[in-house]
Write a protein that binds this ligand. Structure first.
Ligand SMILES: [Fe+2]
Length: 183
């Protein structure tokens, strides 16, 4: 996985958006934002993923294939929805099996986008309460495992003045030592 500041230039969301001079983001900085990353070779994932699930108490797993072929007519609408800035009240955990895509996470308090370019073998844990969005790359094809702490669900809450008061948003900001709007 490669991490860098998103260039904020207009154009297809599926492009790299890594205009020179590229500004890489270190694993340490990601950790400060409570974003965790681990590399597990795809050949080893059938052994390693269940181990991590047991370690972290994850109970469920499913597989998602985001592709034009897989999603058909709703593909463009889905891709747009995934790219709307949102948060979840649970961790979002993904393990990439094939293809490629980008998770953009908001750095706080700067409000800059950090782009995480994921590829097969990447396990990514995005904390509850962080604003983020997702897109495939230009090949429009990514297959990932979704791990869940409880029942499988994907409830996105789009960013708004209201989400600033969401307890998971407030809790997230506190966990990374950033003053909240309510403070
Ligand atoms: Fe999400």
């Amino acid at each position: 996985m490669r991490a860098y500041y998103y260039d904020n230039l207009p154009g297809d969301q599926r492009l790299l958006h890594d205009s020179p001079p590229s500004t890489p983001i270190s694993a340490e900085r990601l950790k400060e934002l409570n974003v965790y990353y681990k590399r597990i070779p795809v050949a080893e994932h059938e052994r390693e993923i269940p181990r991590i699930m047991a370690e972290r108490g994850y109970k469920n797993i499913d597989k998602i294939h985001v592709s034009k072929e897989g999603l058909g007519e709703v593909y463009e609408a889905k891709i747009k929805a995934f790219f709307d800035e949102h948060l979840h009240e649970d961790e979002e955990i993904r393990y990439i099996l094939s293809g490629a895509g980008f998770f953009d996470v908001r750095e706080s308090p700067s409000d800059n986008w950090i782009r995480l370019a994921v590829e097969p073998g990447d396990l990514l844990i995005i904390p509850a309460g962080i604003y983020h969005r997702f897109t495939t790359d230009v090949k429009d094809d990514i297959e990932a495992l979704r791990l869940f702490q409880d029942a499988p669900k994907w409830i996105a809450i789009n960013r708004s003045p209201e989400t600033e008061k969401n307890e998971h948003r407030v809790g997230y900001l506190q966990s990374i030592g950033v003053a909240t709007a309510a403070a």
